[in-house]
Ligand binder design. Sequence first.
Ligand code: SF4
Length: 295
Amino acid sequence: MVNEIKVKSILNKHKKRDDWFLDDYSVNPYSGCSFNCIYCYIRGSKYGENMAKTLSAKINAPELLEKQLSRRAKRGEYGIIALSSSTEPYMPIEEKLKLTRKLLEIILKYRFPVEIATKSKLVLRDLDLLKEIAKNAILPDDLEPKLKHGAIISFSISTLDEKLAKILEPGAPKPIERLDAMKRCKERGFFTGICFIPVLPFLSDSEEQVEETIKTVKEYGADFIFVGGLTLFGKGPADCKTLYYKFLEKYHPELVPKYKSLYRIFFAPSKEYQKELEEKSRRLCERYGIKNGII
Ligand code: SF4
């Protein structure tokens, strides 16, 4: 049973456009997430260890979005809306509540471009609306010459290894289902790709693993892939850093010292590691003829 809550605002305007997803706005129809990924950065004391249990639907989201987007549209403040940045827009509960779908109807009405970030094939249900958004959205002036797509659909994966994904993303669909859904989006003419984030140090980041992922993603028809490392936050019992180390201790104790030396006191892996990952992905994307990033 999902909690129903009312919020004061639903459209978040970012101070700066996101470098990866290119969004100027984000909308999160839910709070918490039943996919419950151990590495999820939104974890913490607010949600407890199990984000599925604290999942809430923002039931006044459509009403608020209507007001907030109509104001932005009147002022011509167009920008890509990320759906979503801190929850999953297509959890199983969405099948019944259709909250994300209602928000897309409003986004279409006001002609805003959208960037869907999901792990679920339920997005296929809304391809009718997304098709209209893709055709009719008004892109911000500076993006228009480079992008040409009013709807971007990205599927996120952290590994192609099903067993590992089941442990780290216990409530999410299998990686192969996400790839299949992406393929279907491509067949329907969408601009679509993979967000290979977080790449897991020593578990999905070797030359062979990154190559296999990029090659597979290309075979499934992706227009783009973007690759990013794992961030680990917090010290509390529900924080992703604590839960991720518990996972390592249980399944890969030999990796604990390696992680400690890679992260030291920081939330991100060392600069050298990040640079190496960036270079590896750029080189492999070139080899397989796939865009490394949306534009
Ligand atoms: S699907 Fe996304 S929002 Fe949900 S738990 Fe996983 S990483 Fe977090």
